[in-house]
Design a protein around this ligand. Structure first.
Ligand SMILES: [Fe+2]
Ligand SMILES: [Fe+2]
Length: 189
């Protein structure tokens, strides 16, 4: 499906505020794709689509997962909202024809994972640094600067900020985020 049709479909699925965030992510993902030599149109499509399942209720998330053979992990059982990545990826595959890398970029945009592709990293970073994002959990200025200089450093910085914020506010941390951060630190060049 082309960008315009995906844009229109996503617009119907989520409230305006979330859609404005998605436009910001698409724009930022396109910018980063240019810097890091990834197909800009693909990055833009994934950016606009990444939160398409965000408006489903906890019950709808669980129902969709069960009906579509999506595995629900321990963390997602406690916090079904976390499923919006996996569900979004499934919808994007079936409705927009997204390939596996594009699906994974949606699937892991909240938690990250070990050995992320460049597209996955771009969407993770774009989600947290897009222009409409308000900075409660992250140092926005620093992460925006880093995003243009070194994608891995931007990821490590964002994950550190997120983990510190979660500790200070007694929020559970998804183990995939720890795994993703360890992988980046161990394989740092
Ligand atoms: Fe999200
Ligand atoms: Fe998002």
């Amino acid at each position: 499906m082309n960008y315009e049709d995906i844009y229109k479909d996503v617009e119907k699925r989520i409230p305006e505020k979330r859609f404005i965030h998605s436009i910001g992510v698409a724009k930022k993902a396109k910018e980063l794709a240019k810097i890091y030599n990834v197909d800009e149109e693909i990055a833009e499509k994934v950016g606009i689509a990444h939160d398409l399942a965000k408006n489903l209720s906890d019950e709808e998330m669980t129902q969709y997962a069960n009906a579509n053979n999506i595995e629900i992990d321990e963390m997602e059982r406690i916090k079904p909202e976390l499923l919006h990545g996996k569900i979004g990826a499934d919808v994007a595959k079936k409705v927009y024809g997204f390939n596996e890398d594009m699906q994974n970029a949606i699937k892991y945009h909240t938690t990250g994972r070990a050995n992320m592709s460049i597209l996955e990293k771009i969407i993770y970073v774009a989600d947290k640094t897009e222009e409409n994002r308000k900075g409660i959990r992250f140092n926005l200025q620093k992460s925006r600067e880093l995003s243009k200089e070194n994608l891995d450093e931007a990821l490590i910085f964002l994950m550190n900020e997120f983990i510190v914020y979660s500790i200070n506010n007694n929020i559970v941390i998804h183990p995939e985020t720890i795994t993703a951060r360890n992988y980046l630190l161990i394989n740092k060049k």
